[in-house]
Design a binder for this molecule. Structure first.
Ligand code: ARG
Length: 432
C-alpha cells in the first residue's frame, strides 16, 4: 500500500510494549500516515504493569490503546482445546505462542470492526511462525482486512539500526545490556530464543529460565499433587476445587518449584528453518502428563490409538497457523467427543526436575483388575487366546507358507537389517 492512499485511515496494532512494536507505532504513523490503535492482550505474560504499557503506547504516538484481559477465554477456549488434544508439536513443544496468536487476532479483528479500521498490523519478522499465525488467522476471520507487517517490510537491517531509528524518533530504547533473548510468554509457558541459544551445542544458561528453578536446587523431598479432571478439564488440585485458569497458575508454581518443565529443542519452523528453542512449561507439561494418564484408563483402545494420530495433526495444524481452519474445527469435534468420560484423578510426583504419574483413578476407568491380574482372582480366559492368535496371525502365516514354497530364505529380513548403510556421505563409517 502507498502512504498517500492510506492517509487518516486507521490501523489496529498488536502491541506488546517492546521495542519492535513501539517502533511499529511510529512507523505506521510517520511512514504510512495512519492513525494507530494499539491492542495489548493479557494472556498471562510477565509484565511490569499493563497501565505502563498503555502509557508507553500513547506516548509513542498511538491514538488509543486498548488493554484486554484475555486470560479466562485463553484458558477456557484455547488451552482447553489444546489439552483435549494433548497438543505437542514434534512431541515436545506444547504450542505456547501458537495458541495465543489466534485469540489475540480475534480481538484485533473485533477492534477493527468496532473502530472502522481497514488495516491490522503486527510486529513479527519475516522468518518466524508468528507472522503466518497472525495473518492466516486475520484472513480467516475477515478476508477484507489488509495486513501491514512493518518489521518485515522496513529497511532497518539490524537490531542496532532499529535502536538508532527508535532513539532518533524519541522512543524509549532499553539499555544495551537488556536481555539478548527474544521472549514470548503466556499462561501455557515461556519461549526463549536468540543470543547464545543460536548455537545448538551451547548449554542454555540457567538464568534464561524464570518460571522453573534449576533442578539441582529443587527440594530434596518429592511433592505429590493430585489433579482432578471433569470431562478432560482440571477442576481441583489436592481436593481444592478451582477453575482451569487457577489450576494452570497452581501447576506453574508447583511444578516450577520442583524444576520440572524445561525444554531445549531444535524445531522445524513452517518457513523451512530449523531453530533452537528453549521453553519452560511447568503447568502445561504436568497437566498434559496427568491428562494423558487419565485417558489411558478412560478411553477405549481404538479411540485412544486413533486419537494419538489425530493429536499430531491437531498440533501441526495449530503450529502452522490454522486455528480457524475447517480441519481444526473437525478435529476439535473429535477431541471433544472423546473427553466426555475423561473424569477422575491423577496423582503426580514432582522431584528434582521430573514429574511422574504415580496413580490414576476414575469411575469411567476401563482398567479391569480381574482381567489384568495374575493372581487367583484372574477371570481372563487364557484358553480363548489360542484361537485368537491362530486367526490373528492367519494371513501372515499363509504368506510365509507361500514364500517358503517358492524357496525364499525367511531369515533374509534379519540380514537386511544388519547391512551397513550404503550412503555414508563421504564421511566413512559412523564408528570412525
Ligand atoms: N518457536 C515458537 C513458535 O513458533 C516460539 C516463538 C516465540 N516467539 C518469540 N518471540 N520468542 O511457536
Amino acid at each position: 500500500m502507498s502512504g498517500a492512499d492510506a492517509k487518516k485511515e486507521r490501523a489496529i496494532l498488536a502491541y506488546s510494549g517492546g521495542l519492535d512494536t513501539s517502533v511499529c507505532i511510529k512507523w505506521l504513523t510517520e511512514k504510512y500516515g495512519l492513525e494507530v490503535i494499539a491492542v495489548v492482550g493479557d494472556v498471562g505474560q510477565e509484565h511490569d504493569g499493563l497501565e505502563a504499557i498503555k502509557a508507553k503506547a500513547l506516548a509513542t504516538g498511538a491514538a488509543e490503546c486498548l488493554v484486554v484481559d484475555m486470560r479466562q477465554t485463553f484458558a477456557d477456549e484455547y488451552l482447553s482445546a489444546a489439552l483435549a488434544a494433548n497438543a505437542m508439536y514434534e512431541n515436545k513443544y506444547p504450542l505456547v505462542s501458537a495458541l495465543s496468536r489466534p485469540l489475540i487476532c480475534k480481538h484485533l479483528v473485533d477492534a477493527a470492526h468496532k473502530l472502522g479500521a481497514r488495516y491490522i498490523a503486527h510486529g513479527c519478522t519475516g522468518k518466524g511462525n508468528d507472522q503466518v499465525r497472525f495473518e492466516s488467522s486475520i484472513l480467516m476471520l475477515d478476508p477484507s482486512l489488509e495486513i501491514i507487517a512493518p518489521v518485515r517490510d522496513w529497511d532497518l537491517d539490524s537490531r542496532e539500526a532499529e535502536m538508532a531509528w527508535a532513539a532518533e524518533h524519541g522512543i524509549d530504547v532499553p539499555a544495551t545490556n537488556a536481555s539478548p533473548y527474544s521472549i514470548d510468554d503466556n499462561l501455557w509457558g515461556r519461549a526463549i530464543e536468540c543470543g547464545v541459544l543460536e548455537d545448538p551445542w551451547i548449554e542454555p544458561p540457567s538464568d534464561i529460565y524464570t518460571m522453573i528453578c534449576d533442578p539441582q536446587d529443587a527440594p530434596d523431598e518429592p511433592a505429590y499433587v493430585t489433579i482432578s479432571f471433569k470431562q478432560g478439564i482440571p477442576c481441583a488440585i489436592d481436593g481444592e476445587p478451582m477453575s482451569y485458569l487457577e489450576a494452570i497458575y497452581a501447576m506453574n508454581e508447583k511444578a516450577g518449584a520442583h524444576g520440572f518443565g524445561r525444554i531445549d529443542m531444535v524445531e522445524n519452523r513452517l518457513v523451512g528453518v530449523k531453530s533452537r528453542e528453549c521453553y519452560e512449561c511447568p503447568g502445561a507439561l504436568s497437566i498434559i502428563a496427568a491428562h494423558k494418564a487419565l485417558e489411558d484408563v478412560c478411553l477405549e483402545r481404538n479411540v485412544l490409538h486413533h486419537k494419538l494420530a489425530l493429536e499430531q495433526t491437531w498440533a501441526e495444524c495449530v503450529y502452522n497457523g490454522q486455528w480457524f481452519s475447517p480441519l481444526k474445527e473437525a478435529l476439535d469435534a473429535f477431541m471433544a467427543h472423546t473427553q466426555q468420560c475423561v473424569t477422575g484423578e491423577v496423582k503426580l510426583k514432582l522431584y528434582k526436575g521430573s514429574c511422574t504419574v504415580v496413580g490414576r483413578a476414575s469411575d469411567y476407568s476401563l482398567y479391569a483388575f480381574e482381567l489384568a491380574t495374575y493372581s487367583a482372582e484372574d477371570e481372563f480366559d487364557q484358553q480363548a487366546a489360542k484361537g485368537f492368535i491362530d486367526l490373528h496371525a492367519l494371513s501372515c502365516k499363509v504368506w510365509a507358507q507361500n514364500r517358503l514354497a517358492m524357496g525364499a530364505d525367511m531369515h533374509q529380513f534379519a540380514r537386511v537389517a544388519n547391512t551397513t548403510c550404503e550412503f555414508d556421505g563421504g564421511m566413512g563409517s559412523a564408528a570412525a
